[in-house]
Design a protein around this ligand. Structure first.
Ligand code: NAD
Length: 418
């Protein structure tokens, strides 16, 4: 599968191979469970504000079709490639299976820098990309959602473009929409809120008290900012945060309300007066109780894993730790890992709730959403923790084993088609 060649795809394959060996999966089953079922690459021609026409590359990968339609976010970032999206689609499969959702994994994106596009250009890129992938998506086929660089407004444009094509409103084609258009209460906060809940469960296991703990959050976007807020609500002191423009550190704790006002005005954490600047490298190695990487892949590697000074590593991002970083963390044995497919699964769980509500045209209160979310996360955390203890596996191996096993079983039960 050379078309997916990318360091992040190699990393997802390496993780899969370790689990397949552990499960003693026969060789002839491995390629079917591991590689994406189908993928689409599209050219997205867009007229820019200058009058010039630019062509962007867009991708959508559907990893497996064995448990229902596929589900996963859309990334708008300059470095998006088919291989990166394929790796993220694989992780979505294991995540949906771990949390018991009736979906295969998918992921997509457009190689562009949304921060450099005007609002009109961003709308034209989003609508034209949707137009190109219309035959590939739908409420019973594949349901996109937000990821890095995409947001509620963009999901509204996708829903509208798809609905124009269908001739009637189809809210179930996408999740993470504005609540006014059939979005779910609690979806925007779901991923970060889930990170906060699972950090709380890890603290229970370790016997730590939230109000005596500190946390560092890399990536102050949708996931990172809400994860920070959720932890702070339980008394955790947030001592450092960062985004693509730089990091902030304050040993006495950062005032998140003041920081959120600053971010709302400036669109970045950089320049906030209530903390000192810190580099991203130094931020990851700060002494703290919780380190939550919530930005991009491959941040914790063989180069820095030995230098981490946290008790809990809460992976809000997808794929923040490389397999060689994992080996070091395992050997150290002093860090409680909440692996990505568990830690950030709150997002897809509430996306699932949104899809169910859209299909039924019957909407739930935020309290109902949060209660159902925490029940599913509790179940997934307990299953992962129990398997990790019983079979002496790392938390990552335990979570991946549960996810991959369910997909493998479904493929055995159904046959060769999906
Ligand atoms: P976002 O675009 O809202 O935020 C990403 C943040 O990371 C931004 O603040 C950006 O400036 C920062 N960032 C980028 N590069 C960085 C770098 N090199 N160093 C420090 N910060 C950097 O995206 P998001 O939706 O919060 O997604 C973040 C991560 O969480 C991704 O890995 C994504 O796949 C994962 N995730 C998101 C969701 C969701 O519901 N949005 C669900 C599950 C997983």
């Amino acid at each position: 599968m050379d078309i997916y060649k990318h360091p992040t795809f190699d990393m997802a394959c390496e993780q899969f191979d370790l689990v397949a060996d552990h499960l003693q999966m026969p060789q002839e089953h491995r390629e079917r469970v591991k590689f994406p079922k189908r993928s689409l690459t599209v050219a997205v021609p867009v007229r820019m504000d200058s009058g010039e026409v630019k062509v962007f590359s867009g991708y959508r990968v559907q990893h497996h079709l064995s448990l229902g339609p596929t589900k996963g976010g859309l990334r708008f970032h300059p470095d998006v490639t088919l291989g990166e999206v394929a790796a993220l689609a694989m992780w979505m499969s294991w995540k949906c299976a771990l949390t018991g959702l009736p979906y295969g994994g998918a992921k997509g994106g457009v190689a562009c820098d949304p921060r450099k596009l005007s609002i009109g250009e961003l709308e034209r890129v989003t609508r034209r990309f949707t137009q190109e992938i219309i035959p590939f998506i739908g409420p019973q086929i594949d349901i996109p959602a937000p990821d890095v660089g995409s947001n509620e407004q963009m999901m509204a444009w996708i829903m509208d473009s798809y609905s124009i094509h269908a001739g009637h409103s189809v809210p179930g084609v996408v999740t993470g929409k504005p609540v006014n258009l059939g979005g779910s209460l609690g979806r925007r906060e779901a991923t970060g809120r889930g990170v906060g809940f699972l950090v709380g469960r890890a603290m229970d296991v370790l016997g730590l008290r939230a109000d005596q703990c500190t946390a560092v959050v890399q990536g102050y976007g949708n996931v990172g900012s809400i994860a920070a807020l959720s932890m702070a609500k339980h008394g955790v002191k947030i001592i450092a945060v960062s985004d693509v423009d730089g990091g902030l550190y304050n040993a006495d704790g950062i005032d998140l309300n003041a920081l959120n006002d600053h971010v709302a005005a400036r669109k970045t954490v950089a320049g906030f007066a209530g903390a000192e600047p810190i580099s991203n490298t130094d931020l990851l190695e700060l002494k703290c109780d919780v380190l939550a990487p919530c930005a991009l892949e491959r941040q914790i590697t063989a180069a820095n894993a030995a230098k981490l000074q946290c008790r809990i590593l809460a992976e809000g991002a997808n794929g923040p730790t490389t397999p060689d970083g994992d080996v070091i963390i395992d050997q150290r044995g002093d860090i409680f890992l909440i692996p990505d497919i568990l830690c950030n699964s709150g997002g897809v769980v509430v996306s699932y709730f949104e899809w169910v509500q859209d299909l039924q045209s019957f909407f739930w209160s935020e309290a109902e959403v949060v209660d159902k979310l925490f029940r599913i996360l509790e179940q997934a955390f307990t299953a992962t923790w129990n398997l990790s203890k019983n079979e002496k596996l790392s938390m990552r191996m335990a979570a991946l084993t549960l996810g991959i096993k369910r997909v493998w079983e479904a493929k055995k039960q159904r046959g060769l088609f999906p």
